[in-house]
Design a protein around this ligand. Sequence first.
Ligand code: CUK
Ligand code: CUA
Length: 662
Amino acid sequence: MRNASLSVGRFAAFAALLLIASACTSNGTSSELGSDAAQIAAERGLSDADIAAALKTYTPSGVIDEYIMFSSGGHGGQVFVFGIPSMRMLKSIAVFTPEPWQGWGYGDEHHKELFAAGAVDGEVLTWGDTHHPALSETNGDYDGEFLFINDKANARVALIDLRDFETKQILKNPLSINDHGGTFVTPDTEWVIEGGQYASPLAWDYAPLDNYSTQYRGMITFWKFDRAAGRIDPEASFGMELPPYWQDVCDSGKAVSKGWIFCNSFNVEMSTGLNPDDLENSEYFESGASAGENDYLHIIDLDAAVAVAAAGETVEVNGFPLITIDTAIANDLLYFTPEPKSPHGVDIAPRGDYIVVSGKLDPHVTIYSFAKIQEAIAAGSFDTDKYGIPLLDFDDVVEAQVEVGLGPLHTQFDDQGYAYTSLFLDSDVARWSLGSPYREDGWKLEGTVDIHYNVGHVVTAEGDTVSPDGKYLVSLNKWSLDRFFHPGPLYPQNFQLVDISKPGPDMQLLYDMPVANGEPHYAQIIKADKLQPMTVYPEVGWDPGSMAPKPGAPKIGSEGVTRNGNQVTIDMTLMRSHFTPERVTVTQGDHVTWNLTNVETSEDATHGFAIPGYNINLSLEPGETATIEFEAKNDGVFTYYCTEFCSALHLEMAGYFLVEPN
Ligand code: CUK
Ligand code: CUA
């Protein structure tokens, strides 16, 4: 336990901090504020560092954060939105998993279409494992328009429109059953990258594990983004076949390396796991997939691959164009170079000149030079891997290695020429300096900061763009152990905010934020003023699916119930504090089409619509229209009501759905 009283020295430093703080405020005198605050700090046992951290993160009511962080939600299947530096959670954007507050996936026909597009052989999936969010970019900088996210479990990609923070598209990868190296975007978001993970037969097919080297494959998919349409265009997209090496994280080149893609791999050994019929000659993946000293960094010439795909030099797999390994070799699209033991993260430096790779079982980060890679490719004459893919010599392409600590995973950058690498085993974040042209005294460790505990990704403000801001780092920690009250044996994750503004070895841990609804992996932090979300939908009767007014959407005066045989159509409006109509009568077995419009135009005037017993639940934001369709299977009296406490007479916002027995 901490000492509950401040020492004299601490008190002096604390008083100085308060003077600085109070100089910025017009309320009260500094001596009044100082003595009150000093007493609070003493009573709570706060150290100088605690007080400084509080002053750096405290965000008064009504003040908006400088940065917004989009974090993956892991196997919660969603995307989380936080303010930085307050670490306040603003939203969990529903993506792959139904979410009742947003009425996501509880009857809305548009949501049914989205989920259907993400199905595997007709099986509609209701969860995902989101790992890598990617904000859309223009000239290598976040532009605040769109966000992409992958589902590792089922190899899917989703698109979120940042005008309303809603998911607009879900795509199932036609090649692979799972993915990991996605989503990453090219500097102008022409392409959204989705790399594979665990090799399997392409097209979700079957093949025995005995045929691993011939029938199991890795892949990378290049999804074409049509910014004007606000959608990925699957018709203009293609994939590339890769050896079954378990591709891992990828990143897109930028600036000088624009047009190139880099991915790690971690099972060049082609281990197929412990075989119950042959325990003597097989081993667990954990040893089998890390038996060798090296895996292969994949280096892909995307611009050349686009030309090859456009020329039709592809085969069709599951109806999707695929560049085969042989075609990739023949057209100089794909190269490998060794990377040290069990690599995980690959991150491109802001100028696009260096590629930073971390090996989970190697205490170094390895920095490859893009210029040296180009020279090695131009020089020709390569060794090849088992599949005939050119293998660049490690010594020809490496610029530097920096010893950073144990279990390095992922790297981000700042505006001072520093890089930050997560150290999973050491439970540290390492700051190290990039070499020329970033810093003259580069390629050395500067310092570390303790985190709690076992960090996966780190993220700095705009830290993977061509112009990182630095300033803040968030450590996305896997274990929280002793940090919080533990709510049963499933512990929250722990996001820790770190101040990285001061150069040199020191970084200050500022704040712990438990994350209690998923296990985030990657995150991105964007300046808040780059985002321009809507406050209300632009017109009453707005369809968030098409982001346009929907013809025929219910309006005031057009409400009613119409019947055609056993087809019943209800047109309903919602406003404070009633539904129109308030009574709807159908017969058991009728097919019901229910159109609803929230006709409100005021900010935050959301209404909900829930029908008990039918698993129907919508959230209608101001102006929004939606349609639900269902069979009135069960007779009874179903009391529909508004789920958002929208007014003093919100409880009266209700109605009767009467299903007469057939
Ligand atoms: S991964 Cu989880 S900590 Cu999916 Cu980017 Cu490394
Ligand atoms: Cu509308 Cu409560």
